[in-house]
Design a protein. Sequence first.
Length: 488
Amino acid sequence: MSAREILHFINGQYVPSASGKLFDDRSPVDNRVIARVHEAGRPEVDAAVAAARAALSGPWGRMPVAERAAMLYAVADGINRRFKDFLDAEVADTGKPVSLASHLDIPRGAANFKIFADTVKNVATEFFEMPTPDGAGAINYAIRVPKGVVAVVCPWNLPLLLMTWKVGPALACGNAVVVKPSEESPATAALLGEVMNEVGVPPGVYNVVHGFGPDSAGEFLTTHPDVDAITFTGETRTGSAILRAAASDIKASSMELGGKNPAIVFADADMNVALEATARSVFANCGQVCLGTERVYVERPIFDEFVKRLGDAARIMKPGRPEAEDTKIGPLISLEHREKVLSYYELARQEGATVVAGGGVPDMPDDLKQGAWVQPTVWTGLPETSRVVREEIFGPCCHVTPFDTEEEVIRLANDTPYGLAAAVHTTNLSRAHRVGAKLDVGICWVNSWFLRDLRTPFGGTKHSGIGREGGVHSLEFYTELRNVCIKL
């Protein structure tokens, strides 16, 4: 049976590439080709951007907020009606366990449309009265208008969830979008076009082009003169290249980039809570979570016990097919990414790390040996100057370091070019507030990990990004505020 083809979705229709160029979409579970994907050239990107621009002048641009919000509710309901289709597509592309994708990726991906439909209906703007020389006065009020055509460049680790995290508020605010999903995970972005058509979203409002970065869809889209704003989630190096491209046209840009996130465990922490949260933050989605933990700092009195138990947690994580009920961890996204992660596993050995657990490739059955599998891994014994401790790996691994004082661990946690997320485990309420406020990150969890109230600001500091999204903060990016001054 031949692999299916994944087409671009432009102006409400699925279209092939004029060039005839296609690339393979491979399963990370066993490396077989699961789809052939059309690669966009400039003609497809031009057509998608033109369709988005035209949609802004059509019914979509004149649609009242309440009607637009109702349409986004219908999109969310459409995803849920076809839950299994989206689940199968997401799991096939990423290899993640069905248990994870069915509880996180698909329901949260659908919910993003409803969250932002509600937000845009309920956020007020400004109103001021002012005196004038003639005594009659004037009033000023602000209105929100769409940015215009928004380029949405998405990652492969949570393809549907992170794509709708951007598309949801962009459409709620009245923009039109052109989505460039990762070449590793194109399926759910393409499938969403069917739902858009089913619920009556006007053609051109939602468009998808497939391809790579340089000299492909990503570059053509982010440098397109008719794109008004760019939102990107991915590695810092790519974000830097996009920002350089955006600078020439002064495009609004929102960047959610890499991280080397710390977890801090104080001796007074609830050991079981801290272990469960830390293990999830290190190993969930095979470590391919931008908010995941790669540096763990444990207060010295409990260091040995914590390291042993975290190593035990790593060893019992069973790899396997996504649909198997006993599968606890899936593969990395690709063999190419596995080579990167394994290069750090080897570097850790060269740098003198003590391997507490893992450190290699698991012994898989013959039918899975070609997949992108690695072992969940825990190290100790490396200095803070080690590349393994300082560089983002994006795999199921962490280094654990002991500390003695609060001041010391704050310094260690902040000693990084990144600043995305952190976790603090302590039963001392004063310490929780004190340390949480001193960590140079966009989000700090206390006695938890990955709890997300979607109304709150989300983003990173330093090399972890620019801008905030979530709740009203998304509206601030996806709209322009326009002041109207009326002389009375």
